[in-house]
Write a protein that binds this ligand. Structure first.
Ligand SMILES: C[S@@+](CC[C@H](N)C(=O)[O-])C[C@H]1O[C@@H](n2cnc3c(N)ncnc32)[C@H](O)[C@@H]1O
Length: 249
């Protein structure tokens, strides 16, 4: 479960950085774990004094929305959740009920809160592969600004056998197994060499995104097989967060 995933990566020490979650008597394991915050500080530092709109999918009790509000005093913050609590977080924070994969809702949110497009989108909602992918389909090309940032949290749920769409590895992960292909002939003669890889749930989505990030090379080699792709300038993978930087052009 994402909750147990988060509990297992939570660290309890006090933070000294500029992103701070609201203080609670006991840490809520559903809220962003502390190790995610320095990653966001690195990614979002250039936006601290900027006027922009951040959309977060997955509100829970509103802790992360409060954190974004306090860290970015000129930003508009929009949160979407299947069942958000009744939150009053001030005039810059808008909390909506809805499904993260609802393309029509995303279109309306962009129209109302981010006419120039969202600068930052954070998917911290279902952590399921299909819905994660559908949010990307609904948001990335149409509603994320050029040069904007799209982050997917807890994509490692696909490695959890007890997560709804997670699963067990087909084979152990090890350095020794890194060159393991299904081909037994000498590499020079073998031709295409499939490299087995875990591709379940959100983990599978993240690995598919590599194909989009490599679309320039794909177009050189197999242009007939490249459809409309996500314009990814760079893709950074942490254990817990994937950040996609949208191409500027
Ligand atoms: C991990 S919590 C969000 C935590 C919050 N971002 C924070 O850091 O404080 C995930 C939230 O996503 C919501 N959620 C799950 N599936 C969803 C979906 N398909 N669409 C919208 N929200 C969803 C759940 O109701 C839950 O409140």
């Amino acid at each position: 479960m994402a909750i147990s995933l988060r509990r297992s990566i939570e660290r309890r020490e006090e933070r000294t950085g500029w992103l701070r979650l609201p203080k609670r008597e006991t840490a809520d394991p559903v809220v962003k774990p502390a190790p995610y915050l320095p990653i966001y500080e690195q990614l979002l530092a250039p936006l601290r004094d900027q006027s922009f709109t951040l959309l977060e999918l997955g509100v829970w009790g509103g802790d992360s929305l409060q954190m974004w509000r306090d860290a970015f005093p000129r930003a508009t913050i929009v949160g979407v959740d299947l069942g958000p609590p009744d939150l009053q977080l001030g005039p810059r924070v808008h909390v909506l009920r809805g499904d993260q994969s609802d393309a029509e809702l995303m279109r309306r949110l962009r129209e109302e809160y981010a006419p120039a497009g969202f600068e930052v989108i954070i998917d911290d909602a279902s952590h399921l592969g299909v819905t994660t992918a559908r949010s990307l389909q609904a948001l990335y090309s149409e509603h994320l600004r050029p040069g904007g940032l799209y982050c997917i949290e807890d994509w490692g749920t696909g490695y959890l056998p007890d997560w709804h769409d997670g699963g067990r590895l087909g084979e152990p992960v090890s350095i020794a197994g890194l060159d393991g292909t299904t081909v037994s002939a000498p590499v020079e003669q073998a031709g295409p060499a499939p490299m087995p890889s875990h591709d379940v749930g959100a983990v599978g989505v993240v690995k598919r995104l590599v194909d989009h990030a490599a679309s320039g090379t794909l177009r050189l080699g197999q242009p007939d097989l490249v459809g409309e792709v996500l314009a990814i300038e760079s893709m950074t993978v942490w254990d817990g967060i994937v950040a996609l930087r949208k191409s500027h052009a």
